[in-house]
Design a binder for this molecule. Structure first.
Ligand code: PXP
Length: 246
């Protein structure tokens, strides 16, 4: 997402809006209205995860977002041939490669770029050839970050789910790991994003990390939007993020 030096972009993950639609296979909440509200509300991009089990986002949604998205489209997907074929057909600006297990409630943990090196590299290189910017969703671990340049991905998204689920000193220690990982990644020329489990209480510490370029947030924003509407939920989050950068 477009950034000037100190700017931190917000990617709005729309999966949980579509979850409501898929719970009853209704035509609402409407995807086009979702896009309109999220983009006019000030989000810098639309993030959506086409899961292999199609539990929320459907193939047709991916094409609709491509056609109507006026900001940036960030397609989250597993490193499979099927998903690579779809991405190469759809041409999102960004693709975030994530690990996927069928039975999980949501994405659990980052990619294992060591064990899955060949498979992730193959998909990354295919997407690179199509000029789709690849981001790898990984743990804040130097061992993993070190392998990213060899894979050929210009961006990582640091997994903040563990940080979000911890409290007190344990959370502070995990935050330190994220800070060190962001510095380490930058020193290797990698662009750093973050996401997962971010909310109104835990986002500012992540937003304050100078290397951060984009935060991808879904569940909290959708939950907040139930009470105050999508635009207000985005406005509140963008204010928190801006305050943390001052
Ligand atoms: N980033 C990635 C790679 C994800 O898989 C998800 C969840 O789909 C998010 C960000 C957003 O997480 P949350 O819904 O917890 O804000």
């Amino acid at each position: 997402m477009s950034n000037t030096e100190n700017r931190l972009a917000l990617g709005f993950n729309i999966d949980h809006i579509i979850n409501i639609r898929q719970a009853r296979f209704t035509p609402y909440p409407d995807l086009l209205e979702t896009l309109r509200l999220v983009e006019t509300g000030g989000a810098d991009g639309i993030t959506l995860h086409l899961r292999e089990d199609r539990r929320h986002i459907q193939d047709a949604d991916v094409y609709t977002v491509r056609e109507h998205c006026t900001t940036r489209m960030n397609l989250e997907m597993a490193a499979t041939e099927e998903m690579a074929n779809i991405a190469c057909d759809v041409h999102p600006e960004d693709c975030c490669i994530v690990p996927e297990k069928r039975e999980e409630l949501t994405t659990e943990g980052g990619l294992d770029v060591i064990k899955q090196f060949d498979r992730i590299k193959k998909v990354t290189q295919r997407l690179n050839q199509e000029n789709i910017r690849v981001s790898l969703f990984i743990e804040p671990s130097k061992e993993h970050i070190e392998r990213v340049p060899d894979i050929g991905a210009p961006v990582i998204e640091l997994h903040t789910g563990t940080y979000a689920n911890l409290h007190g000193d344990a959370q502070k220690r995990e935050l330190e790991r994220i800070i060190e990982a962001a510095e380490f990644a930058e020193s290797h020329g990698i662009i750093v994003n973050a996401g997962h489990g971010l909310d109104n209480k835990n986002t500012q510490a992540i937003a304050a990390i100078p290397q951060m370029r984009e935060l991808n947030i879904g569940h909290y924003l959708v939950a907040r939007a139930v009470f105050v509407g999508i635009k207000q939920a985005i406005l509140e989050m963008k204010l928190l993020m801006a305050e943390a950068r001052q």
